[in-house]
Design a protein around this ligand. Structure first.
Ligand code: HPA
Length: 277
């Protein structure tokens, strides 16, 4: 089998397993949990779980803080799928595991992908522990998961990213945040490849280019989801100021600790959003 044929088969087999796990639930939304935001998983009512390793073609995770399992259940009474962890492009140059994960969930009937991540702020008014609704992105990864032969079964070769982060859904998240009294910034997320954090000069570059937060994830997920026609919502949890903007020392442990500061607000926002959709 070619790589593409194997992928198609993996998506089909994983979709069957997800559909079986759902046991009749029909979620419209799947949530990918970012670094330090795994606590939302504990809020799932009557969860059914399957490890990524039991889903053909799904990513095998290596970063601490990323569990690697898919949960099906309800959040605030509403059916959802929760994806605990994903692989970053600093860990791999193989885009297929991430494609399999997103396309299998889509094939199982999910129309909307809610992306979350830990990010560094580029703006003084966007502070550590606060949330930022992603309104657009800059792909600074130097790669795109859709390069190479197009997987025609899932989407077209060329596709628009002019409405990548869904405006109607963003309006709903904004309204929910207002209603629930959750402070919510908005801005442009710029993805760096990592695994190193940025230099202060790179952070100044990102500011000049119009970004409001930087991170190492979510942009590939958005590219794959838009290719197959899913709608995308995204929220960043600010874990630090960008390099050089404060005197804190950036480490993964620091990211995880500070994500927990914003996690409660993040969880409330997701639960209220899911209810409002
Ligand atoms: N840069 C890149 N990725 C990140 C950061 C950052 O400052 N904080 C959390 N993830």
């Amino acid at each position: 089998m070619t790589v593409q044929e194997t992928h198609l088969e993996n998506v089909r087999r994983s979709q069957e397993k997800i559909t079986a796990l759902l046991g009749g639930l029909k979620p419209k939304l799947a949530i990918i949990l970012g670094s330090g935001l795994g606590g939302l998983a504990a809020r799932i009512e009557q969860p059914a779980a399957i490890a990524y390793r039991d889903l053909p073609g799904f990513p095998v995770l290596t970063v601490p803080g990323h569990v690697g399992e898919l949960l099906a259940g309800r959040l605030g009474g509403v059916p959802v799928i929760v994806l605990r962890g994903r692989k970053h492009f600093y860990e791999t140059d193989d885009a297929y595991p991430l494609k399999t994960m997103i396309r299998a969930v889509h094939a199982a009937g999910v129309e909307t992908l809610f992306l979350s991540n830990a990010a560094g702020s580029l703006r003084p008014h966007i502070k550590v522990s606060e949330l930022m609704l992603i309104t657009d992105h800059i792909n600074f990864l130097g790669l795109n998961p859709l390069t190479g032969a197009n997987d025609d079964a899932f989407g077209p070769r060329f596709y628009s990213m002019s409405d990548a982060w869904d405006k109607e859904l963003a309006a709903k998240v904004r309204a929910v945040a207002g209603h629930e009294d959750i402070p919510l910034h908005e801005g442009v997320y710029m993805a760096f490849l990592g695994p190193s954090f940025e230099t202060p000069a790179e952070i100044r570059l990102a500011q000049m280019l119009g970004a409001d937060a930087v991170g190492m994830s979510s942009v590939p997920d958005c590219l794959i989801a838009r290719h197959c026609g899913m709608k995308v919502i995204g929220v960043s949890c600010i874990t630090n100021m960008g390099a050089g903007l404060s005197d804190e020392n950036l480490t993964h442990a620091h990211t995880m600790t500070n994500a927990s500061l914003g996690a409660a607000a993040f969880e409330r926002l997701v639960v209220a959003t899911v209810r409002a959709l």
